[in-house]
Write a protein that binds this ligand. Structure first.
Ligand code: THG
Length: 290
């Protein structure tokens, strides 16, 4: 199962047979007061810097989310997508709960990369959301992340998350979207609140892999929310979810790339350990310069 994303310059293939694709999460005002304040003023300088830094750190795709209080996403999301596309060569993941903002950003994407293919983040099992977002995916020929939640919220069992994933894939196929273009997100919740949360996500990922075989994203850092030394928990969880079937986690790339490269190496996705060794050389060089 291969999901292909394209910018004007690059093609990224997401597949279990290939190295894990890292989607950079940092263009997102959640928990970032300085970025949120800049976005309210329409200032995208931090967005530009985050784009450059994440690609330098090894991001394969960049998530672009400008959703914050007092931000007009319909106006700002297309501007942010344009800036990211003009600043870095990687494909974008257009992240918004607002379908009008998604459409406006898709228009800009198509104008700048007529042969390109972005990832839309996201649809879920809610009827209203399916009805609004799937036609956009079809019309613009994009791929889409499907969250395993619906109007009832996030199910507490793996079986019910699988049922929502199945529904999303079926609905997509019914409107002519290929299964390869649906990337399922089984959703990570913090183990700080419920110690079984990690297991439920892992069980859901394995079930989706076995039944649907699709590529999977995951906002993996959610798992450690509220805990001390979050990175330690994130590293361990990333290795587990990649083994279970996640192929394109949404992460802080600079913080987690070594752990993901180690996981890929251990799973036989890094011939001669070339990627891992290259990363270690880069780290040694950076440490020597510091
Ligand atoms: N699934 C999908 N998309 C998603 C998510 C997901 N998009 C948004 C989010 N979850 C993933 N992105 C982020 C972005 C920021 C943070 C976490 C996930 C974050 N911010 C810090 C905070 O809140 O404390 C700020 C940290 C900083 O300043 O560096 O943690 O699950 N499909």
């Amino acid at each position: 199962m291969e999901t292909v994303l394209k910018s004007a310059q690059q093609t990224v293939v997401i597949s279990r047979e290939r190295p894990t694709v890292l989607i950079g999460e940092r263009i997102n005002p959640t928990g970032k007061k300085r970025l949120a304040a800049a976005l309210v003023e329409g200032n995208l300088e931090i967005v530009r810097q985050e784009a450059l830094q994440q690609v330098e750190a090894g991001a394969d795709v960049l998530d672009v989310n400008v959703g914050a209080a007092f931000v007009d996403e319909v106006a700002l999301l297309p501007r942010a997508v344009r800036l990211v596309m003009e600043t870095v060569p990687v494909p974008v993941c257009i992240d918004s709960a607002n379908a009008d903002a998604l459409r406006a950003a898709l228009e800009v994407f198509r104008a700048l990369a007529p042969e390109g293919k972005p990832l839309i983040n996201s649809v879920n099992g809610e009827e209203e959301r399916l009805a609004k977002v799937l036609p956009l995916v079809k019309e613009y020929g994009s791929a889409v992340i499907g969250l395993t939640m619906d109007d009832q919220g996030i199910p507490t069992t793996a079986e019910r998350r699988l049922a929502i994933a199945r529904k999303i894939v079926e609905r997509a196929e019914a409107v002519g979207i290929a299964r390869e273009d649906v990337v399922i997100d089984c959703l990570a919740l913090t183990v700080g609140a419920d110690t079984q949360a990690g297991c439920v996500t892992l069980d859901a990922i394995r079930a989706v892999r076995e039944e649907l075989g699709v590529n999977m994203a995951l906002g993996a850092s959610n798992v450690s929310f509220g805990l001390p030394e979050r990175e330690i928990v994130n590293w361990a969880f990333l290795a587990m979810v990649i083994q279970a079937g996640v192929t394109c986690p949404i992460v802080d790339v600079a913080k987690v790339r070594p752990a993901v490269l180690a996981a890929d190496l251990l799973l036989g996705r890094d011939e001669y350990a070339m990627r891992y060794i290259k990363e270690c050389r880069k780290r040694a060089k950076a440490a020597a310069q510091a």
